[in-house]
Design a protein. Sequence first.
Lengths: 280, 158
Amino acid sequence: MKAADFSYHEAVNLQDAINIKAQDDEAVILAGGQSLLPALNMRLSSPTCLIDISKISGLNEIKIEEHTLFIGALATHSDVMSNKTVKDNMPYMIDILKMVAHPAIRNKGTHGGSIAYGDPAAELPALAVATNAEIIVSGQNGDRSINAKDFYLGLFETTINQDEIVVGIKYPLLKQGQNIVFDEVCRRHGDYAMAGLIANVMGSKNDIKDLKLVFFATGDKPDVADKTAELYLDNGYDYDKLKNSLSSEIDFAGDLNSSSEMKLHLATVLIKKVLSKLEI
Amino acid sequence: MAANNSVNISFTVNGERFNNINVPSRQHLADYLRSQGFTGTHLGCEQGACGACTIEMDGKAVRSCLVLASQANGTNLKTVEGFDDEMMEKVKQNFLKHNAFQCGFCSPGMLMTTKEILLNKKKLTRDEIRSEISGNYCRCTGYQSIVDAIEECINEIN
């Protein structure tokens, strides 16, 4: 299918984009467009205006800033994957991005776009929640920083205001003994997951001191399962108990490829699979 | 607001300059290119899944169905018709040799992806080749012959 009609505005700078977005509540920001364009082509979305921010300079910076790794919104997935600062400080980010679509899509898709779009099946929103990242947005009243766990409200729904644009994400650098481990189940490499898990772990395989489990492709947003994590710390891996706990903690939503019951099963076994990746 | 439902843009396709042309805002780049005779760019799914419309934009492989024509303003594009250099001639010969073109529908995208693999100059295992071409669907060959062809290309340049 072809996209419905819309007007197109190439923003000359951030302020220009903010001003237009503030005036038109049906205008949508276009960065890489790798999620937005399919939605437009399939007419799942029909905004009045696309504000193209992709040519604004200075929004693709990647740097270390006050014990965090800052990734500018317009850095593409390929930029992040080939960046030395990321490789040295957050190598797991590169492995996670390998699961995001395919090379030609990663060449265009942006980090901030994936964070802002809030697809519940996407990896980066779950990673932001799992790592306690701060999402920096810019609007008419200046910048504000929103913790990732407060950013996602529901299906493609975030706390971002009409006049605001995501400008970057700050990931806290890992502390000594802290690990990010993850995995997902999908039908083909690069597809959206049927269920995925990102775990933020303090400690080693046989001595986990603290555990945060964040699932994706399970419900309508990144799903944090604190009670299940606690249960795992107390009892170890017990399929039935963990499954019960997950079903009460997460509102599983089935899709074309997998029913909610199947997602619950996959999420449960992912706990074992993901935590077995930790070093002893 | 300065925005209109069509925009004037300029870009280069295979070295040919397109100056100040008017395109509908909603038209994606693949449709524009095909309308100008660059029909080597194939359209399969128009949602970024099949990879048949992959072209090169400023030196990087992108899906032309997931880029608006208007976003191409100021860029340098290369479609499969522009593949006339020595390296790509060898790639085409290897695809022929291994029967990696079958019906030919996926071939423009496969060649584009192969080019990007070769430019990275990395030695890849067969599994890694499969992962690199995972974004390009082929419904005929079963991929075996395409992996054979790409493997031979990689061996030749390394």
